[in-house]
Design a protein around this ligand. Structure first.
Ligand SMILES: [Mn+2]
Length: 264
């Protein structure tokens, strides 16, 4: 678990949890993935790499090398070339179970290498991200004026494991992240290839600097980052798993009042 902090003065920012690209696989919607990167560049949207960016086919493994679109060395170059132009927007990354194949096999961490290449923080299995958004003028002790961020969001991201074949089972794995980290406004999982954005309210006591207590119902979102793997002819079709929709949720963090909106 690593802590990452990002500050942005804009009145709203977007956060894209990008994962389960499975680069290398013959069933990837590469056009759709690149479309999200173009959109992120236009919107100056922050990107977090959720793991399973590489399909990572290994000898004797589940994925077949015969229907790969790229071998791993090609997939690494593909990912590097696509992410390099948006590296200033990438907050960091975590590892997925597909990259873990090479960790188990040879202690080789593809996600760490990618993050190092992009010069962004690598968080290993999970990341706590504090997003400081918006701006408010404050006077300093010399009578001058300074600016600080107005709204703060706490995000907890993990690739997640398991989930089974039903939408409820997949969402439960994201909910389980609240056992690992307390106090997130946004819990982000990946792995199950199903895009989800489910809000719940959490009652919390807030204590001001002066010690005044207020009770409020705070919106907490559970999010699953989806995938870019097409269903037809994939492992999912072979194993009778339900088709999932390709894409990634776009998380809008308001910088004027604390509010999260999610679209697809
Ligand atoms: Mn996975």
């Amino acid at each position: 678990m690593r802590f990452i902090e990002v500050s942005d003065k804009r009145n709203a920012v977007y956060f894209l949890p990008l994962g389960d690209v499975h680069a290398g696989s013959g069933q990837v919607d590469y056009q759709k993935f690149e479309g999200y990167l173009d959109w992120a560049r236009r919107e100056k949207a922050y990107i977090f790499l959720m793991g399973d960016l590489y399909d990572t086919v290994v000898m004797g493994g589940v994925s077949s090398p015969f229907d790969a679109a790229m071998n791993l060395r090609e997939a690494k170059k593909y990912m590097r070339d696509r992410l390099m132009p948006v590296k200033h927007l990438i907050i960091g990354g975590i590892i997925g179970n597909h990259e873990m194949r090479l960790m188990r096999y040879a202690n080789e961490d593809l996600m760490e290498d990618l993050c190092d290449q992009l010069q962004v923080p690598y968080a290993n299995f999970s990341a706590v991200i504090r997003m400081n958004v918006g701006h408010v003028l404050v006077g300093d002790h010399k009578g001058g004026k300074g600016e600080i961020n107005r709204i703060h969001y706490v995000i907890f991201a993990h690739h997640t494991t398991g989930g089974g074949g039903t939408p409820g089972g997949k969402l439960n794995r994201v909910y389980k992240l609240s056992d690992l980290f307390e106090g997130a406004d946004l819990l982000v999982g990946a792995h199950s290839h199903m895009e989800v954005a489910a809000p719940v309210d959490k009652y919390r006591l807030h204590v001001s600097a002066a010690g005044k207590c207020t009770l409020s119902a705070d919106k907490m979102f559970m999010v699953n980052s989806g995938s870019f793997v097409k269903w037809e002819d994939s492992y999912a079709e072979e194993k009778m798993l339900a088709p999932s929709h390709c894409g990634c949720p776009r998380v809008r963090l308001d910088g004027v009042r604390k509010d999260i909106h999610i679209s697809e």
